[in-house]
Design a protein around this ligand. Structure first.
Ligand SMILES: [Zn+2]
Length: 447
């Protein structure tokens, strides 16, 4: 028995049209469309594509919507970003953080993001932003699922003569879900290695996940990812460990990368790239040729290693743009990573949905399946490829059986041509069918 039915939808990754029955916030039934008569509330799906919500695996919510405060980052560089943030940081208060994050969350929810892993800077003796985000995590629980990473932005051993470690542990005691580190930013390589060890020790002590800002630099000598992967392998923690950014991998020579990939396959850790930020902040010391500074997303994916994509920043000192759209993130990754092949582009959609869910270790409660929470989106798209090409809005966002957001689709009208009327954006192969009468197969080889 279901209280609510979503009628006539296609489901991402399945063939056919279905009706989805929801009861008590969970998916109770999935049946072939039109085979039942319903009592209770019916949401007309109109043949739209039902997909699980977007999963944001890497964002810094504590700094969102601070771009331009007190000054804009005019050079657009990482270093001016750090400078601007240090000017803004003294003004952090509980109310300031809660107001900004609440606004950004609305943007994200409206576009279908219902799972978020956020980093919070804990190199702050007052832990103001952390306390505010812990409060917010509880407030939105049941609608938006938030994981908090205790992130020592200024280092564990390099911050105030090692005080970073004490603050990191305090953040875990207060309830942060994930332990962070930033080894490439520590003063020395030795501090960097020690910081990774400390991170694993704390993760074991408090039974938490690990997510390290790792090798976010163009220095080809920055090789902390091999340390992170080795510790994960030796401690048997691979699935609980994530390497974020790893942009130095874009500068590694191929011989070293080949050896590294052997280790990464064994270690079985997760990777997160942040294409909007990586492409703008890296390569700043190059003239030409200019490196992209993007980790090897395509190669990681091809090697069967779990890789996913995040924002990193929305309108803050490091990146003054962003609307909270995960499709914008995937779209940028497709371009920067040269993943424009059909399967490659569709994989970019997985990297903001299923693959991110795997990184966050929430697969037991993620996906459109009977028994899982009724959290889903309805979008006007043929499939993943079409979704990425057109980036349509989530017309309906449901979290645990509740409709939490709706967006009316845009309608464009042209009056000039002989075909006076509403303009579509066209599915793939439309023109070919129109001109030749033959269908285009997705697997048809291209010359
Ligand atoms: Zn980050």
């Amino acid at each position: 028995m279901s209280d609510v039915w979503i009628s006539d939808v296609r489901i991402m990754g399945r063939e056919g049209n279905f009706d989805i029955g929801v009861q008590g916030g969970h998916i109770a039934e999935i049946v072939t469309a039109g085979t039942r008569t319903y009592s209770g509330q019916v949401i007309e799906g109109r043949g739209l594509l039902a997909m699980p919500p977007f999963v944001e695996p890497h964002i810094h919510l504590d700094s969102v919507l601070t771009a331009g405060q007190p000054r804009w980052n005019e050079s657009g560089t990482l270093f001016e970003g750090i400078q601007r943030w240090s000017e803004r940081k003294p003004y952090l208060t509980r109310e300031d953080v809660l107001t900004r994050v609440d606004e950004a969350l609305q943007w994200m929810m409206a576009q279908g993001t219902l799972h978020i892993r956020t980093h919070v800077d804990v190199t702050d003796p007052t832990l103001t932003a952390l306390q505010a985000l812990l409060e917010l995590r509880e407030k939105v629980r049941g609608v938006v699922d938030i994981q908090i990473v205790a992130f020592p932005q200024e280092g564990i051993y390099s911050y105030q003569n090692g005080r970073g470690l004490e603050l990191l542990e305090e953040a875990l005691r207060l309830g942060a879900d994930v332990v962070g580190a930033i080894p490439h930013y520590e003063y020395t390589r030795e501090y960097g290695v020690r910081s990774i060890d400390a991170c694993f020790d704390l993760a074991e002590k408090y039974d938490r996940l690990v997510d390290v800002h790792c090798d976010e630099i163009d220095d080809e000598q920055s090789r902390f990812v091999e340390v992170l992967a080795t510790r994960a392998l030796e401690r048997g923690m691979g699935q609980r460990v994530t390497a974020s950014h790893t942009t130095a991998m874009g500068s590694y020579n191929d011989a070293y990368a080949y050896k590294l990939f052997g280790l990464l396959r064994k270690a079985d850790i997760h990777f997160i790239a942040n294409p909007l930020i990586n492409i703008t902040l890296q390569g700043r010391f190059d003239s030409y040729p200019k490196r992209r500074g993007f980790t090897r997303v395509k190669e990681l994916w091809q090697a069967g290693i779990n890789v996913c994509l995040g924002h990193d920043d929305i309108m803050d000192p490091w990146y003054s743009f962003g609307t909270g759209s995960m499709l914008q993130v995937a779209h940028m990754a497709m371009h920067v990573g040269q993943m424009t092949g059909r399967q490659e582009a569709m994989a970019c959609v997985d990297m903001v949905t299923y693959r991110s869910a795997k990184t966050l270790q929430i697969e037991d409660r993620y996906g459109i399946e009977v028994g899982k929470p009724a959290s889903l989106l309805l979008v006007d798209a043929d499939d993943k490829w079409d979704l990425l090409r057109r980036m349509p809005p989530a017309e309906l966002v449901m979290s645990h059986g509740m409709v939490v957001a709706k967006t009316d689709p845009v309608k464009r009208r042209v009056y000039w041509t002989s075909r006076d009327g509403v303009v579509g954006e066209g599915g793939y192969g439309v023109d070919f069918r129109m001109h030749t009468g033959s269908p285009v197969s997705a697997s048809e080889p291209r010359v």
